[in-house]
Design a protein around this ligand. Structure first.
Ligand code: HSE
Length: 323
């Protein structure tokens, strides 16, 4: 049955994309991982007219724009349709359910974009490769926070731990995930806009510091390949970005010191923050570290919420159209 013969309205296709933790210490803008949850959900269905429209957003407290040129999900889907050469002929309607808090450092905008891409591709029967999806999602990031950084959207699409080795052209590498790697992820009760967190970064760094950061990034990749969690913890130290951003997160340094003193393998900022994560080698240790992060941030007046999680799969279609 052709699309035109199919009864309108066409059925909804639903997709989900997970939260992501990016940078992972020394991997600013080039390293990220997907977690099991929470995440964002998008429903998409084909519409008669060309173009992308977003008709409903839930879970955002009324804060996100519906306008197609301002919403990261619409911008990403439009970019995908343009890349596929079908923007003038195909149209899609989207509904977005935010499971992730805004401005949290958990890849919230990237999750919306990636869920929208999968749902829209499903609704339109478009076969789009992972790299093309990541490129389209980057266009959404550029609108959401002024920078097309790939380190949230690549793991949100692919799942696992992902190194973005190059962006022109895109080159992504999935890295091994140690089985016993656990994360205590805590989002304090404050918000940091990614654009603001990028505005405080140094424009230049010293050669010595760049060498040390590169060495730790190499060590991190080695630690993942060997499954050596102690080495991984040693590698997750960021002397370029974290010091410039720490003041944006009330109580961050105290929380980090407390987590490390309690035995965390590492503790740093997730993405642009304010979410922080501590690494552990067991579920029990991660639960204990989450309590410590909660106590610390509560003591600093920014009580929030968190979860114990592991590295998880990427975005997926959660329903299929009935043909
Ligand atoms: N790598 C980006 C940053 C992630 O740290 O600004 C933002 O979510």
């Amino acid at each position: 049955m052709s699309d035109d013969q199919r009864a309108w309205p066409h059925p909804w296709v639903e997709a989900y994309a997970p939260a992501t933790v990016s940078n992972l210490g020394p991997g600013f803008d080039c390293l990220g991982l997907a977690v099991h949850g929470p995440g964002d959900t998008v429903r998409a269905r084909r519409r008669r007219q060309p173009g992308v429209v977003l008709t409903k957003i839930t879970g955002d407290g009324g804060r996100l724009p519906l306008a197609a040129d301002q919403n990261t999900a619409c911008v990403a889907v439009t970019a995908m349709l343009e890349r596929a050469g079908v923007a003038d002929t195909l149209g899609v309607e989207l509904e977005l359910d935010k499971g992730l808090p805004l401005g949290s450092g958990l890849g919230s905008s990237g999750a919306s974009a990636c869920a929208a891409l999968l749902a829209a591709a499903g609704a339109l029967d478009l076969h789009v490769g992972n790299d093309a999806m990541i490129e389209a999602a980057r266009a959404g990031e550029a609108v959401a926070c002024g920078s097309p950084h790939p380190d949230n959207v690549a793991p949100a699409i692919l799942g696992g731990i992902v190194l973005i080795a190059a962006t022109q052209p895109l080159r992504v590498v999935s890295l091994p995930v140690p089985e016993d790697l656990w994360l205590a992820i805590y989002t304090p009760g404050c918000e940091v806009k990614t654009a603001d967190a990028r505005a405080v970064l140094p424009h230049q760094v010293g050669l010595d510091a760049a060498v040390r950061q590169s060495a730790r990034l190499a060590l991190l990749v080695h630690a993942l390949h060997t499954g050596d969690l102690a080495l991984l913890g040693e590698a997750i130290v960021d002397e370029l970005v974290e010091p410039a951003r720490a003041h944006l997160i009330p109580g961050f340094m105290d929380a980090k010191i407390n987590a490390i003193e309690a035995g965390a393998l590492a503790c740093t900022i997730s993405g642009a923050g304010p979410t922080c994560f501590a690494l552990a080698s067991s579920n029990e240790q991660a639960v204990a570290l989450l309590e410590i992060l909660d106590e610390s941030f509560t003591h600093s007046g920014v009580s929030g919420r968190g979860q114990v999680d592991q590295v998880g799969p990427g975005a997926r279609v959660t329903s299929k159209p009935l043909h």
